[in-house]
Design a protein around this ligand. Structure first.
Ligand SMILES: *[C@@H]1O[C@H](CO)[C@@H](O)[C@H](O)[C@H]1NC(C)=O
Ligand SMILES: *[C@@H]1O[C@H](CO)[C@@H](O)[C@H](O)[C@H]1NC(C)=O
Ligand SMILES: *[C@@H]1O[C@H](CO)[C@@H](O)[C@H](O)[C@H]1NC(C)=O
Ligand SMILES: *[C@@H]1O[C@H](CO)[C@@H](O)[C@H](O)[C@H]1NC(C)=O
Ligand SMILES: *[C@@H]1O[C@H](CO)[C@@H](O)[C@H](O)[C@H]1NC(C)=O
Ligand SMILES: *[C@@H]1O[C@H](CO)[C@@H](O)[C@H](O)[C@H]1NC(C)=O
Ligand SMILES: *[C@@H]1O[C@H](CO)[C@@H](O)[C@H](O)[C@H]1NC(C)=O
Length: 425
């Protein structure tokens, strides 16, 4: 699946190092190897001697009970991506991986990786793992707009201090667009029902993790310009939601491979009307931006004075970093969490809202819609919302930072709740 604009956008994003985001190209695959086909696994009931996560424990007793745990989501380069520590092999080797709800494979750079591809990053040393078993004659290849491929081993993984056995894809080579990112040691795919990209087919890591969780779900609390965020596995952490808020669930679309769900419309702060949509979107932690079709993107930037789509860089929407003061209309009832305290004197981007059939409205504050300053023009900023002309939208990190999200694998649904976004950054 590709189009000229998409390719331009992606190549621009990939070429320019500060935008080296991995936008996923969803695969159109019709056979479903969903997580529900691997249920015949005995649930563990042992007491685990769990090392504590030193960085985050606001809900310690819950988090460290059997089958429940937190994994930090550390922001890298102003929220371009979030990385988490995951353990691989026996004894565990800890690597920084991108927990990615938009893909299904778990792969790491390893001693198999060509030296010029591995660079200076930490790699998984298969030879030091007593539990690694090569899966004979099995290979993997991924194309996300990027490419990577290699061998497959079965090994022990430890996610949120929950150990389990799964196929671990070892990278032989990857395209420069991937290896240009020096922070990532691997990708940890958590897509809903997408098969892994292995030949012959191996079960997905999510399907193998599921029986080990106290509840068949995980949650995300990504944070704007902050490493205080986390993924929780096996439980919902009410402390991460607003005190009086509830989780609003939407079923995934029929036969979903990604975390794909319907929404009913969008609203731009200050505009009189909602734009009612009948579209779907996928929740993708592995995509940096919010990507929507042309109509919705134009609607948003029509409220941003001086915003333009720059066709010399593939149609990226940019706006003057210092906005005119008076564009920002008063609108009661949606000022909370507004980042008005930055003391710049200029105007700010309007909030962006998404409505759901269950009545929930997710509000992405204007300051989250300001992704970054353009590398070659300090006066222009790049928007967190960009155009992508596919029938479904991609709710990447720009959106996910604004909510607490519950990826309910067992329930085949996604839930969103309000959370405290703090004041400014
Ligand atoms: C790896 O580190 C060495 C020494 O610090 C440095 O000279 C080299 O450029 C680095 N290579 C890469 C690919 O970053
Ligand atoms: C990496 O280690 C494994 C396990 O010892 C070994 O089978 C494999 O050949 C090594 N890869 C390379 C490229 O040496
Ligand atoms: C790898 O694990 C799968 C289950 O996920 C199992 O069927 C297979 O026999 C294992 N292969 C090896 C070589 O350990
Ligand atoms: C792997 O492939 C080789 C050569 O095709 C074959 O001889 C061998 O039996 C295969 N091994 C397994 C476990 O399928
Ligand atoms: C939404 O789209 C579906 C098919 O994609 C269609 O069946 C349904 O009638 C549409 N609903 C509205 C309100 O337009
Ligand atoms: C469009 O992008 C190019 C390359 O970044 C830049 O040189 C040019 O000034 C931009 N044009 C506008 C109108 O921002
Ligand atoms: C956007 O963010 C940049 C810093 O990343 C800041 O300098 C600029 O003032 C912001 N502009 C708006 C309109 O928020």
């Amino acid at each position: 699946m590709s189009g000229p604009l998409f390719n331009l956008l992606v190549s621009y994003l990939l070429l320019c190092s500060s935008f080296a985001t991995a936008i996923r190209i969803p695969h159109t695959i019709t056979n479903k190897h969903g997580i529900h086909s691997h249920q015949n696994i005995v649930k563990r009931s042992v007491t685990l001697d769990l090392p504590r996560n030193p960085d985050y424990a606001p809900n310690g007793p819950v988090a460290y009970a059997l089958g429940k745990g937190d994994v930090n989501a550390d922001t890298v380069t102003n929220d371009r991506e979030y990385l988490s520590r995951v353990g691989f092999g026996t004894p565990l080797q800890w690597l920084n991986v991108d927990l990615d709800t938009g893909s299904s494979d778990v792969w790491v750079y390893s001693n198999d990786t060509l030296p010029e591809v591995a660079g200076n990053r930490t790699v998984f040393r298969i030879q030091d793992s007593s539990t690694a078993q090569k899966v004979a004659n099995t290979t993997w290849i991924i194309t996300y707009g990027n490419r990577a491929w290699g061998n497959v081993y079965n090994d022990t993984l430890s996610l949120a201090t929950i150990p389990f056995s799964a196929p671990l894809e070892s990278c032989i080579s990857a395209s420069p667009s991937l290896t240009a990112d020096p922070f990532i040691d691997g990708i940890f795919g958590l897509a809903y029902g997408l098969p892994s990209q292995t030949t012959p087919l191996q079960p997905t890591v999510l399907s193998l993790l599921l029986p080990h969780l106290a509840a068949p779900l995980f949650t995300t609390d990504l944070r704007h310009h902050s490493s205080a965020g986390a993924y929780t596995f096996g439980y919902i952490d009410p402390a991460r939601c607003k005190a009086d808020s509830q989780i609003h669930y939407t079923p995934l679309v029929q036969g979903a491979q990604f975390w794909e769900f319907a929404y009913t419309g969008i609203h731009v702060e200050g505009q009189a009307d909602w734009y009612l949509a009948n579209f779907t979107a996928i929740a993708d932690t592995g995509t940096t931006l919010l990507l929507l079709n042309r109509d919705m993107t134009e609607l948003y930037y029509s409220s941003v004075p001086g915003a333009k789509q720059n066709w010399t860089v593939g149609g990226i929407w940019t706006f003057p970093c210092q906005l005119e003061e008076d564009h920002h209309p008063e609108e009661s009832g949606s000022q909370e969490g507004w980042g008005g305290g930055e003391g710049r004197g200029g105007g700010e981007l309007p909030d962006f809202e998404v409505g759901f059939e269950n009545g929930f409205v997710a509000r992405v504050p204007g300051r989250f819609m300001n992704y970054t300053v353009m590398p070659d023009d300090a006066g222009r900023c790049m928007g967190g919302l960009q155009e992508w002309d596919y029938e479904f939208g991609i709710f990447g990190d720009v959106f996910l930072k604004a909510v607490y999200a519950v990826f309910d694998v067992g329930g085949g649904r996604i839930g969103f709740a309000e959370k405290d976004l703090g004041d400014g950054e």
